[in-house]
Design a protein around this ligand. Sequence first.
Ligand SMILES: Nc1ncnc2c1ncn2[C@@H]1O[C@H](COP(=O)(O)OP(=O)(O)OP(=O)(O)O)[C@@H](O)[C@H]1O
Length: 288
Amino acid sequence: MRSVLRDSVPTTAARTTSATAADGPASRRPAIGIDVEDLDIYYGDVHAVRGITLAIQAQSVTSIIGPSGCGKSTFLRSLNRMHEVAPGARVEGTVRVDGRDLYAPGVDPVLVRREIGMVFQRPNPFPTMSIKDNVLAGVRLNGTRLKKDEADTIAERSLRGANLWDEVKDRLNRPGAGLSGGQQQRLCIARAIAVEPQVLLMDEPCSALDPISTSAIEDLIGQLKDEYTIVIVTHNMQQAARVSDETAFFNLAGVGEPGQLIESGPTTKIFSNPDNPSTEAYITGRFG
Ligand SMILES: Nc1ncnc2c1ncn2[C@@H]1O[C@H](COP(=O)(O)OP(=O)(O)OP(=O)(O)O)[C@@H](O)[C@H]1O
């Protein structure tokens, strides 16, 4: 499969021939940034998000925060065209990943979704599929036929990358549904990184998890950013402060108005000395 985003990215099968489990995904290539320019997002008549311009740094974690309904998930989903599964969804403006326009004519949204991984609020492993087959599901969906040793290599590398290997290595053929919620979420992260995406999008990945599992996922995010560009939507201010390098605060322009970006910058600055009073009011819990 030719990469829709980069000519230079070889297929997973080609990559696995030169990679070993010990290499880990880090040895492949640098992660890449995302440039969003003047982005408006609509669902039919609903103008959900207006005029977003944001440069998302490569190999870092960017948190999207803001009150309910301000368009955080919509914005996140627009970064891999996932929002388009809703009828009538469309965008104006540009999203460039590694300089390539995601919305250029001829770009197939299905391929974009395969190359830009997404982890959802609730862990969603295929329940009857084995742990190993869950990890490999995306790779196989991409049409890659794997020999057994290639499959073993990718499964181990991905599960190690998701900090799950030691817990599941003796039960790889058991169903994914037999894992705890936190393990299932790490399995979903393993599935996402198995296809070696350039970007990982996470939509409230810890909101269904207990504090210990949340902590495990947060540690994992900290490790993954060495290899991936990560964008995370979270309602948890402490989590945004803990895991992210950059933070973008979204807010509604008014009742019935679209969401917009109020300010963005280094997380330390946004949390200690934001420019906009509404950012401060939100992060100190005075609204939202
Ligand atoms: N499929 C859809 N069809 C129509 N409108 C939608 C759809 N999905 C979201 N919206 C609208 O777009 C706006 C932004 O919603 P979105 O879910 O992106 O906000 P959010 O900030 O992620 O909210 P929350 O924090 O509550 O999850 C809202 O007005 C919402 O009602």
